[in-house]
Write a protein that binds this ligand. Structure first.
Ligand code: SF4
Length: 371
């Protein structure tokens, strides 16, 4: 058995830690790329959302390298994600790619069924060893997310433009060559110290923008045209609430262990969207409110064309924009999205935020001078 898995931002690092520690033979598909998208677009239904198309491309590119089994998540859920696992299997088989698909999500039948699926991939590991691997994998996910968050702070403040991207890109390349969670964690620490040693402008007060929306397109840089890096290099500090570790902890682990879930976004979303309608719509609405209350200068919502939950969220965002006086930009992505038009919209949004800040400063100075 040669396992592979879909890409979504840094998920491959977490999957690598898990499979290395479990001693499973695997193939990492080439990082998300135009060819993967083209392959997926050709064999997926036209109206399927972008993540399914890119993931089908990932599977076929991994198949070409010898993979025969796909590890994925998403065996249930009210939006289309719930049946994408079955759909992928059928589309692949219909197109002559005979691959098995195993979902690593806590099924309705509970933890025992999940253990059975893990053993199907990892062989006869005992439950204690499996729990240890899950724990170490979760730590890797958390540390990698923290590292990414550190780049959000340093990028807009760096003195030598491009130095954060250089170090972070090196990390993403080197991580493929190390083995297991302990070596990955060491590399994360080394990269963190390199980032912290960069010279920054400590007095610079960047504009702050929160990124919300559908989980795949917000987390995956190929899908969102590297928006975090674009904004950071324009001097904007970003923040994103959707993370790989958050997803593992809130959606997977807390479905097994009865720890209290983080429901701050639900509370914040209540006046606008009081129920879970699938995907991350409630998170989008709630986190937009939280960003507004937290003094952020703007919010960017990103989602793939035809994503039902985010379409609903988008229809609610103007009310939050009005109630909290915060600018919100919505970016919808599909395989036809042109990079130039996309960039122009981001630049126009940043100009708007800059002008708002300048106006606020003028008004403040005017009030202070007593005129
Ligand atoms: S959340 Fe949106 S993009 Fe993701 S599977 Fe559901 S409908 Fe598709």
């Amino acid at each position: 058995m040669k396992v592979t898995f879909p890409h979504m931002g840094n998920t491959y690092i977490v999957a690598k830690a898990l499979l290395d520690d479990a001693g499973v033979d695997y193939i990492i598909p080439p990082y998300n790329n135009k060819r993967a998208l083209e392959i997926g677009t050709k064999i997926a239904p036209e109206m399927a959302c972008l993540p399914l198309k890119i993931n089908l491309g990932n599977y076929i590119q991994a198949y070409e390298k010898g993979a025969d089994t796909i590890l994925t998540t998403g065996g249930r859920g009210p939006c289309r994600f719930g049946y994408y696992c079955e759909m992928s299997r059928e589309i692949l088989n219909d197109n002559g790619f005979n691959m098995d698909v195993i979902t690593l999500e806590v099924p309705q039948d509970g933890f025992t069924e999940l253990l059975k699926r893990i053993r199907k991939v990892a062989g006869s590991l005992n439950a204690f060893k499996i729990l240890k691997i899950i724990k170490n994998t979760t730590i890797v996910a958390k540390r990698v997310d923290e590292l990414e968050r550190l780049t959000y702070k340093i990028r807009p403040r760096e003195i030598r433009k491009g130095s954060t991207d250089k170090i972070y890109n090196e990390f993403q390349k080197k991580v493929r060559d190390v083995k297991g969670s302990s070596q990955i964690l060491k590399l994360v620490e080394v990269t963190k110290s390199r980032l912290l040693r960069l010279e920054i402008d400590k007095d610079y007060k960047p504009l702050r923008v929160g990124i919300v929306g559908e989980i795949y397109t917000t987390i995956d840089p190929f899908s969102n045209f590297y928006i975090e890096s674009i904004l950071g290099n324009m001097g904007i500090e970003v923040d994103r609430t959707n993370t790989v570790s958050g997803w593992i902890i809130e959606h997977m682990l807390k479905a097994i262990v009865p720890f209290k879930k983080d429901i701050r976004y639900k509370e914040a979303a209540k006046p606008y969207l009081g129920t879970m309608i699938g995907g991350h719509a409630q998170e989008t609405v709630g986190n937009t409110v939280l960003y507004a209350k937290g003094g952020y200068d703007g919010v960017v919502q990103i989602y793939p064309l035809t994503c039902m939950p985010e379409i609903v969220a988008e229809s609610i965002l103007p009310a939050i924009e009005r109630d909290y006086n915060i600018p919100i930009l919505t970016l919808i992505i599909d395989e036809m999205t042109g990079e130039a038009g996309y960039l122009t919209r981001i630049e126009a949004f940043v100009d708007l935020l800059k002008r708002r800040r300048e106006r606020a400063e003028i008004e403040q100075n005017f009030a202070l001078s007593g005129n």
